[in-house]
Design a protein around this ligand. Structure first.
Ligand SMILES: C[S@@+](CC[C@H](N)C(=O)[O-])C[C@H]1O[C@@H](n2cnc3c(N)ncnc32)[C@H](O)[C@@H]1O
Length: 297
């Protein structure tokens, strides 16, 4: 009898032999194997260990073979194969219309932005710019229950997925999609909390990425000028769009090195991220005003 345990061993081995790259929400080949074995059997990820010695459903075998081929031969990330991604305790529909959700900003939101949010009241207007499938804005809407949230992106395909995620989480009364080139849609002082994970991969880095990244939309990864162009534009636009006590959470990953070189007098504070990841800054509206006044941004 083939059990979940034997299936898991086989899939684990196949993924390891194919040297798949785990950079899309799963930390190891083993975690990916668990997700595929359960996903093919239409089971949720949080199963008890007792399942390991139960018979693997024979009707799931064909699906599992196809998933393993997709992962090993086509280098498709697990989230796209299963159509779902998990982040900070929530699940999101995920497909090739948008980046696989994995931003470490999710964990800052989950913790209520302590100690970064300094307003006396929770943020009442939130914008997730460059929202992709909308995971970060939706997490913010779940954490700040009275906030109105905008999910903004330039890409209509990403926004279509984001609106499916709004429906999945039954948030259409408070969360809306808008097509916008960075912050051009937003008026002066109209947003309290800006969340931004813009594309920040340079041309050179694009060609060096593992093949899994080529399954994601290029517009979600690539940015001009050593990866810094969109981040710099965002920093400049955010000053006028944020309310007086507003906050910008900006992710630039390892491009922080190029960003610091380009804006060499801006004293960025990069957050320590216990859950992993790098290159996230929490920047207050006051800091943006000060940097502008000092002529360094
Ligand atoms: C790195 S992905 C982030 C997606 C999502 N926030 C996440 O964390 O999974 C960047 C997103 O920025 C969008 N984008 C690229 N250029 C843009 C622009 N000029 N204005 C707005 N969005 C843009 C892409 O379509 C993509 O969805």
């Amino acid at each position: 009898m083939e059990t979940f345990r034997t299936k898991l061993r086989q899939v684990d081995k196949a993924l390891a032999e194919a040297s798949v790259y785990c950079g899309h929400g799963y930390e190891s080949v083993h975690d990916e194997a668990v997700a595929l074995v359960l996903g093919a059997a239409h089971l949720a990820p949080n199963q008890s260990l007792d399942l390991l010695d139960q018979a693997y459903p024979s009707e799931a075998n064909e699906r599992l073979d196809a998933l393993v081929r997709g992962r090993c031969e086509d280098r498709m990330p697990v989230a796209y194969l299963l159509g779902v991604a998990y982040l900070a305790g929530l699940s999101f529909l995920s497909d090739q219309r948008a980046l696989v959700p994995r931003s470490p900003i999710a964990h800052l939101i989950e913790e209520g932005l302590i100690p970064w949010w300094r307003g006396t009241e929770p943020p009442s207007v939130i914008a997730d710019v460059c929202c992709g499938g909308g995971s970060l804005g939706i997490l913010a809407a779940k954490r700040f229950l009275k906030a109105r949230v905008w999910l903004a992106d330039l890409d209509a395909d990403a926004l279509a997925l984001a609106s499916e995620n709004i429906a999945r989480h039954r948030l259409s009364d408070r969360v809306r999609c808008v097509q916008s080139d960075l912050l051009t849609h937003f008026g002066e002082q109209s947003v309290d909390l800006l969340i931004a994970n813009p594309p920040y991969v340079s041309d050179r880095e694009m060609s060096e990425l593992p093949p899994e990244y080529r399954q994601e939309p290029r517009i979600a990864l690539e940015a001009e000028a050593a990866g810094t162009e969109l981040a710099v534009r965002l920093l400049r636009q955010a000053r006028s769009v944020l309310s007086a006590d507003g906050l910008l959470l900006l992710e630039v990953g390892e491009t922080l090195v190029e960003l610091e070189a380009r804006l060499e007098r801006v004293p960025f504070l990069w957050l320590d991220l216990p859950q992993g990841g790098s290159g996230i800054a929490a920047i207050s509206a006051q800091e943006l005003r000060d940097w502008h006044a000092a002529g360094i941004l």
